[in-house]
Write a protein that binds this ligand. Structure first.
Ligand code: ARG
Length: 234
């Protein structure tokens, strides 16, 4: 293969960043979740073949795509203009806002972002949740010294449970999942209108198009609903 674009209908490797339930997580040593099932179902609608998954750090995904270690990212990745400078996204497959997690039954009951000023805050490195914090730091609302960046949201949530953090900022569906499984609760949600897409290299238009068609086919069949029910309605 002399071209650097993925051969049409060829083999592809997917990348994700687990620890983001219910989209991608490791259970009994296996990578599972909404994104895993949805990408596999979408690829099955194309003539590409998905040969494997790489579980990487979220902020290592775009570099891995550019280095051709992986060919597609399925990681609840929000379509943003900044990311579109380096990668191409499929049509969106899920919508989400941001939420603020606090300890269950704690004294801290924030209702809006300003209430988080002066508190110990956490988010995952390279995410839009971290972007929210960075914006508030730039505006002077939050202090840089109050923020800690984590490789995985799970680690931030553990520190929230143990009281080392006062709040964690993350995608709402993931916040709700942690609320169901751990000693944390969603204090409030704020609208960001994010949409997730699968990301490919910019020269892989054929793969981008095939995957968008694959997503549409999955959405038109009963499969999208089945996958949603499996991961969102326990
Ligand atoms: N949607 C957010 C973003 O794009 C968070 C994604 C985190 N994904 C993950 N697999 N850890 O920045």
């Amino acid at each position: 293969d002399e071209d650097d674009d993925t051969e049409a209908g060829g083999e592809i490797v997917a990348g994700t960043a687990s620890g983001f339930p219910p989209f991608e997580m490791v259970e009994d040593g296996e990578l599972v979740g909404f994104d895993i099932d949805l990408l596999e179902a979408a690829v099955a609608e194309t003539d590409y073949e998905l040969t494997g998954w790489e579980d990487l750090g979220f902020d290592g995904l775009i570099p891995a795509l550019e280095n051709e270690n992986i060919d597609v990212i399925a990681a609840a990745m929000t379509i943003t203009e900044e990311r579109e400078e380096t990668v191409s996204f499929t049509d969106p497959y899920y919508s989400a806002d941001q939420s603020v997690l606090v300890q269950t039954d704690g004294d801290f009951e924030p209702e809006e972002l300003e209430d988080l000023a002066g508190q110990a805050l956490g988010a995952q490195s390279g995410t839009t949740g971290e972007g929210v914090v960075e914006e508030q730091i730039e505006d002077g609302t939050f202090d840089e010294g109050d923020y800690r960046s984590y490789d995985e949201y799970v680690f931030a949530v553990e520190e929230l449970e143990s009281g080392l953090l006062d709040a964690v900022i993350l995608d709402e569906p993931v916040g709700e999942t942690f609320e169901a499984d751990r000693d944390v609760e969603v204090a409030f949600v704020f609208e960001t209108g994010e949409e997730y897409g699968f990301a490919v290299r910019q020269d892989d238009e054929d793969l981008q198009e095939a995957l968008s068609e694959g997503i549409a086919a999955v959405e038109d069949s009963s499969e999208y609903e089945e996958i949603t029910r499996e991961w969102f309605d326990p």
